[in-house]
Ligand binder design. Structure first.
Ligand SMILES: Cc1ncc(COP(=O)(O)O)c(C=O)c1O
Length: 387
C-alpha cells in the first residue's frame, strides 16, 4: 500500500497527551476494574425531556430533514438574540450579530481561519482548552503566545502580560480547566486592552450557565460590543452529543465566521436547531433559570462540595469553584505521575499538563460521577498508597 504523509502543519501538532492515559485505563479495564471516571468533561445526566420531545417531533418533519444554512436557521438566531435580551439585557440583531454553530468548538477553530493571517499572533491562556493553542494557531501558521494563568491571580489572565498588537486573544470564564470565574469589571478591562491593541477578543462562554452559589457569569458583550462570544447548548442542557452552539458579537466578526463556515459546513441539522429553540424557551422572561437546568446544577453543586471536602480531608489545598463542573488542585507531584497512580486505584483524572505545561502539578476532576461513586473514589484514595 502507498504511504501518504500528513501536511507539515498537521505533523507539527503536539502529540495528544491523553493517548497515554487511554492506554493505561484500557489495561485496567481489561483487568476487570470498575473505573470511577472524573476524566472527561461530558455530563452524565440526560438532556431534559422537553428538549428530546421537541427533537422527536421535528425529526419527522420533511422540511426539517433538508440542508440548513451555515449561519443557522433564522428562528434559532432570533431565539438566541432574545435569550441574550432576557439573560444579559442586551439588544442583539439576529441577522448580523448571531451565527448558529455546530457546537462552540468549530467556531473557536473557524474564527481563527476567518481572521488570522500567516505569521500573526494568537494569544491563548495556559492552561486552556487545547483548541486555542493547537489547531487554531497551527492551521493558520500563526504564532501562538501562551500566557500563563496563575493561582495567585485567581487564574485570571493578566492582559498586561499579553504581547502588544496580537491579532487575536482567546479567553474563557467560567474556565476549563481551573473552574475560575470572572466579573464584568475584569471583562471591561480586557476589552479595553484589546481595543487599544487592535486585538480580536474571542470569548469562550461555553460554561456561562454552569454557575454556583448565586454567581451568574457575565457576557463579554455586556462589557462592550467589540468582541465575539461563543456559547453552547452542550453543558447547559447536557447536550454535548447534539453539537449545537452559537456565536454572538460584532457584526464584522460574525460576517467573517459565516463566510468561513459557508466553505466548511451546511449548518447544524434543522431538527436539532428546533430542539435548541425549545431549550432556550425554557428560560423565564427575566432570564430565570429553568428548573431542569437548576436541578442539574444543584446536583453538580452537591457532588462538587463532597469531592472538594473529601480532597481537603486528604490534605489537598482545593478551591471551591464558582463555575463549571471541574475541580482543580495542586497534587504535589508531576500531573502524569499522580494520574498514573490514580489509575492504579481505578480512578480516572485528567493531568493538568494536558492543558499546558505551566499547569504541570495540577489535576482536573469532573464531577460527572454520582455521589456514592465520588465517596468510593475518596475511600480508595484514603486506603491507597500513592503519595
Ligand atoms: C472551554 C471549552 N470551550 C468549548 C468547548 C466545546 O464545547 P462544544 O463544542 O460542545 O460546544 C469545551 C468542551 O469541553 C470547553 O471546555
Amino acid at each position: 500500500m502507498t504511504g501518504f504523509e500528513q501536511s507539515k502543519r498537521l505533523q507539527s501538532l503536539p502529540p495528544y497527551l491523553f493517548v497515554r492515559l487511554e492506554e493505561l485505563t484500557a489495561i485496567k479495564k481489561k483487568e476487570g476494574w470498575d473505573l470511577i471516571d472524573f476524566g472527561i468533561g461530558d455530563p452524565d445526566l440526560p438532556t431534559p425531556e422537553p428538549i428530546v420531545e421537541a427533537l422527536r417531533e421535528a425529526a419527522g418533519v420533511n422540511d426539517y430533514q433538508k440542508y440548513s444554512s451555515s449561519q443557522g436557521e433564522r428562528d434559532l438566531r432570533v431565539a438566541v438574540a432574545e435569550w441574550y435580551g432576557r439573560r444579559y439585557g442586551l439588544d442583539i440583531d439576529p441577522d448580523t450579530q448571531v451565527c448558529i454553530t455546530i457546537g462552540s468548538k468549530e467556531a473557536i477553530f473557524n474564527i481563527a481561519q476567518a481572521f488570522v493571517n500567516v505569521g500573526e499572533t494568537i494569544v491563548a491562556p495556559s492552561p486552556g482548552y487545547p483548541v486555542y493553542s493547537g489547531a487554531s494557531a497551527l492551521f493558520n501558521e500563526a504564532e501562538c503566545v501562551l500566557v500563563p494563568l496563575r493561582a495567585e491571580n485567581g487564574w485570571l489572565l493578566d492582559v498586561d502580560e499579553c504581547p502588544a498588537g496580537a491579532r487575536m486573544l482567546y479567553l474563557n470564564y467560567p474556565n476549563n480547566p481551573t473552574g475560575a470565574t470572572c466579573d464584568l469589571e475584569y471583562l471591561v478591562k480586557v476589552q479595553d486592552w484589546c481595543r487599544a491593541n487592535g486585538t480580536i477578543l474571542c470569548y469562550d462562554n461555553a460554561y456561562s450557565e454552569m454557575c454556583y452559589d448565586g454567581y451568574l457569569a457575565p457576557s463579554v458583550l455586556e462589557a462592550g460590543p467589540d468582541a465575539i462570544e461563543f456559547g453552547s447548548f452542550s453543558k447547559t442542557f447536557n447536550m454535548t452529543g447534539w453539537r449545537l452552539g452559537y456565536a454572538v458579537g460584532h457584526p464584522d466578526l460574525i460576517a467573517g465566521l459565516k463566510k468561513c463556515k459557508g466553505q466548511v459546513d451546511s449548518g447544524a441539522p434543522i431538527f436539532i436547531q428546533k430542539a435548541g429553540i425549545k431549550a432556550l424557551s425554557m428560560y423565564g422572561p427575566e432570564g430565570e433559570i429553568p428548573d431542569a437546568v437548576r436541578e442539574n446544577m444543584d446536583e453538580y453543586a452537591r457532588r462538587r462540595r463532597i469531592l472538594v471536602d473529601g480532597l481537603r480531608g486528604l490534605g489537598y489545598d482545593v478551591a471551591m469553584p464558582n463555575g463549571t463542573f471541574y475541580v482543580w488542585f495542586d497534587c504535589g507531584m508531576p500531573s502524569f505521575e499522580f494520574t498514573a497512580k490514580m489509575v492504579e486505584l481505578g480512578i480516572v483524572v485528567t493531568p493538568g499538563s494536558g492543558f499546558g505545561e505551566s499547569a504541570d502539578g495540577y489535576i482536573r476532576m469532573t464531577v460527572t460521577e454520582p455521589v456514592e461513586r465520588i465517596r468510593e473514589a475518596l475511600a480508595r484514595m484514603e486506603r491507597g498508597s500513592y503519595r
